[in-house]
Ligand binder design. Structure first.
Ligand code: KIV
Ligand code: ZN
Length: 513
């Protein structure tokens, strides 16, 4: 009976488009900025995840943002590539210039419609806002047929005014209308009611795709997105790990797995390759240095762990006692001990493939070389070790400085001193520094070598695997010469070495940015 019901629902189901804004709304949030190579790596992963639309950035924000959007438009072929633009011609031009090479391109124009935004931020009257939407959406339409219009702060906007704004956008050629909860204020029933009202009172709305874009200030971004789907929304805007402004955006993995696991309830499908979810999540944690809580649904370390004896017993008898979805369905690798120092290149490559990685030859060579060094230090190499190695292999051109050797002298009754030697091309530099701790002494010595004003904003150290020979992962957030914050990451079985590598990695990223 239950299965029949499921089948009946499936024959009628809609396909919900997944619009990923990790590279725009996610990237613009504090501590999540990425360099060009990292954005390209993320875009490739989003394509493997089969997201329908990748919002690759905000081209008018800076030449660097425009270059990143353009590079992504060149290399991604299976997803639509979108750039954000304010309701002004120069932003729309910048967006179009960046995306026009894409196989399938979209311009995303936005303007605020709530009283508080119109009066205090835009300093525009409601009529001026409507005129600007009509003019700029039509301007964008001259360049590109696929136009999304977002009414920023739609959920605190007057509903009848919102209908007017959307009618203007539809008449000017918008093909998708986004109803964002910019400040994360909505409850699910309110949001659904808002969507229904708009559908009933906006002329021409039946000819466009409706989209939701929810922020998580009250922890309801995912619930609100799902309520939107039930009320007729056909596109969800979301980010990997839910990164984004303030408390973040709706998390892609939660929205997708809710639709997938409760397909019987929602009666909709989406195109996401769910087995790539774990990889995408790890990639964003690695690149941004922003970890997810162990209890985070779907991808947190405890999401599929069963601690209580009674639960373990149940799961051993039948997984369905306590599991509503399988770890495999989101691509979580089985925790197997896989490789050791006698493992050859074949076994190594096979395991990477099983874990869902498809690295190019140059990167494979580098990871394999690192694997061999690690295998000399550790008896067994686990999947988490491999993931850690992949996460720290630099993209070509990224290694200006490399650590050659270090000597640390430290104790509880002496001043710590560090001697650091690094290589830059054929040159070698060595400096000594002292401080009250070994890591700080090492960082001071590196500062002398690079001759930059480096401010350490954040530092964290954690164990990647278990056991005495576990690998440590150090993450630093640094600001160099007052520029943008960069994230550096280092991995080693030695915590001091991991810390030094993380710092040098951050400095290298500064130089290629
Ligand atoms: O939260 C928001 O309103 C936005 C818009 C630009 C879509 O990010
Ligand atoms: Zn947003």
């Amino acid at each position: 009976m239950y299965e029949n019901q499921k089948e009946r629902t499936r024959t009628m189901e809609r396909t919900i488009k997944i619009f990923d804004t990790t590279l725009r709304d996610g990237e613009q949030s504090p501590g999540c900025s990425m360099n060009l190579n990292e954005k390209i790596e993320v875009a490739r992963e989003l394509e493997a995840l089969r997201v329908d639309i990748i919002e690759a950035g905000f081209a008018a924000a800076s030449p660097g943002d425009a270059a990143a959007v353009a590079a992504i438009a060149d290399i991604v072929h299976d997803s639509t590539i979108c750039s954000l633009a304010r309701c002004v011609e120069k932003d729309i031009d910048a967006a179009y210039n960046a995306i026009h090479h894409a196989k399938d391109a979209r311009i995303h124009v936005f303007l605020a419609t709530s009283p508080v935004h119109m009066e205090y931020k835009l300093k525009m009257t409601p009529d001026e806002v409507i005129a600007s939407i009509a003019h700029n959406v039509a301007y964008a339409k001259k360049h590109c047929s696929n136009i999304e219009f977002s009414a920023e702060d739609a959920c605190r906007s007057d509903l009848d005014f919102l209908c007017r704004a959307f009618e203007a956008a539809i008449k000017a050629g918008a093909t998708t209308l986004n109803i964002p909860d910019t400040v994360g204020y909505m409850t699910p029933d309110e949001y659904a009611a808002r969507i229904r009202y708009l559908r009933e009172h906006t002329q021409g709305i039946e000819n466009v795709v409706l989209s939701c874009h929810m922020h998580n200030d009250l922890g309801m971004a995912v619930a609100n997105s799902l309520a939107g789907v039930q009320a007729g929304v056909d596109q969800i805007e979301c980010t990997i790990n839910g990164i984004g402004e303030r408390a973040g955006n709706a998390s892609l993995e939660e929205c997708v797995m809710a639709l997938d696991t409760r397909r019987d309830h929602y009666g909709v499908a989406c195109n996401i390759e769910t087995t790539q979810i774990y990889r995408a999540s790890r990639m964003i944690q690695t690149i941004t240095g922003v970890p997810v809580a162990p209890t985070k649904p779907i991808i947190g370390a405890n999401a599929f762990a069963h601690e209580a004896g009674i639960h373990q017993h149940g799961v051993m008898a039948n997984k369905e006692t306590y599991e509503i979805m399988t770890p495999e369905s989101v691509g979580i690798p089985k925790n197997a001990i896989v490789l050791g120092k006698h493992s050859g290149r074949h076994a190594f490559e096979d395991r990477l493939r099983e874990l869902g990685y498809s690295l190019d030859q140059a990167k494979l060579d580098k990871v394999f070389a690192k694997f061999k060094v690690l295998a000399d230090k550790k008896k067994v190499i686990k999947d988490r070790d491999l993931e850690a190695l992949i996460g720290v292999v630099p993209v070509s051109g990224e290694e200006r400085y490399t650590l050659d050797r270090f000597v640390i002298n430290s104790g509880n009754s002496i001043t710590a001193t560090a001697v650091i030697r690094v290589k830059k091309g054929d040159e070698t530099f060595e400096r000594v520094a002292a401080s009250d701790g070994p890591v700080n002494a090492a960082y001071r010595a590196i500062n002398k070598i690079v001759d930059k004003d480096v401010v350490l904003e954040d530092y964290s150290l954690k164990s990647m695997t278990d056991g005495e020979d576990a690998q440590a992962e150090a993450i630093v957030k640094i600001v160099i010469d007052g520029g943008e914050m960069v994230t550096g990451r280092g991995v080693s079985t030695d915590v001091i070495e991991a810390s030094i590598k993380a710092y040098i990695n951050g400095i290298n990223k500064y130089f290629i940015d």
